[in-house]
Design a protein around this ligand. Structure first.
Ligand code: SAM
Length: 290
């Protein structure tokens, strides 16, 4: 087995690895982060110590994996592409604190971890982030396509403010740590990237029914330029709110006459909660009348 060290970050070593295994990249979102400066800054941001168990999604040829393992108690690296899984085994089978899981990160059951550090496959950004957020962890340092990261951390009244912003804000504090240029990758992607610091925490506002809140946010942002009351009406084939006109008549006019894109996550939660309460009270009234 061959142990290639690219710890110093030489592009030429990465190139020789890609050549040896005949890896072209490009498929499966394969853009390997090879710039040592960015690799080091990502590892530093994870503030790793000997207690930390790190999950890495899409370990690629292991350039981040190698650095993480030098600082953490353990690194569990998931990789989908069998060719890259072979590279990882060749490089790390003798490294005691690296475990490799071959498979689709969307399908495999995640092991216990307290930090997640990854240069994510961008095409599964949303699904993988919300899968991660169903787990209990302390800190995530995650690379995304820049536009996606911008939507995660946006504010009301901004063009990037979206369903993704509200869902992220519900589960975690998120901030952009750094923008990463295309030139830091091999092969270079067509888009810029950004590293997000993600800290899960309880929602800073009340949500009475999480499933309904999520559906509600998704529905009203699909009509982001409509007044909320019209968005709710137009999307009621999805939301299935009974007695919809009566419900809307009882919602706060000052909020529902604004657009979803102009409302804070808390205001959206407030409306979703009121709908849940109204549904309940209409249901109880119906029972009393019977
Ligand atoms: N961590 C490496 C680095 O920084 O150079 C590679 C990052 S590359 C952007 C994304 C990696 O995720 C690729 O190695 C790709 O094969 C892998 N990948 C793509 N889809 C995946 C999935 N569903 N589950 C696990 N890994 C996946």
């Amino acid at each position: 087995s061959i142990y290639y060290s690219i710890y110093s970050g030489g592009f030429s070593l990465v190139r020789s690895l890609l050549k040896k295994y005949n890896i072209k990249g490009g498929t499966f979102d394969q853009h390997f982060l090879v710039d040592a400066g960015y690799l080091d800054r990502i590892v530093a941001a994870a503030e790793l110590g000997p207690e930390d168990v790190v999950l890495e999604i899409g370990a690629g040829i292991g350039n981040l994996t190698e650095r993480l393992a030098k600082k953490a108690k353990k690194v569990i690296a998931i990789e989908l592409d069998p060719v890259l899984v072979r590279v990882l085994h060749d490089r790390f089978d003798k490294v005691e604190n690296i475990e490799i899981i071959a498979g689709d990160a969307l399908k495999v059951e995640f092991p216990e971890f307290n930090k997640v550090v990854s240069n994510l496959p961008y095409s599964i950004s949303s699904e993988i982030t919300f899968k991660l957020l169903r787990h209990n962890f302390k800190l995530g340092i995650l690379m995304y396509q820049y536009e996606f990261a911008a939507r995660m951390v946006s504010l009301p009244n901004c063009k990037d403010y979206s369903r993704l912003t509200v869902d992220t804000c519900y589960f975690a504090d998120a901030s952009i740590l750094m923008k990463v240029p295309k030139s830091a990758f091999q092969p270079a992607p067509e888009v810029d990237s950004a590293v997000i610091r993600l800290v899960p925490r309880p929602a800073p506002f009340e949500v009475k029914n999480q499933a309904f809140f999520m559906d509600f946010v998704s529905a009203v942002f699909s009509q982001r330029r409509k007044k909320l009351k019209n968005a709710i009406l137009n999307m009621n084939h999805v939301l299935k709110i009974p007695s919809i006109k009566e419900v809307i008549a009882r919602l706060p006019e000052d909020i529902i006459s604004k657009r979803a894109e102009n409302l804070t996550p808390e205001e959206l939660a407030q409306v979703a909660n009121q709908i849940i309460d109204l549904k309940k009270s209409f249901f109880e009234n119906e029972l009393n009348e019977q």
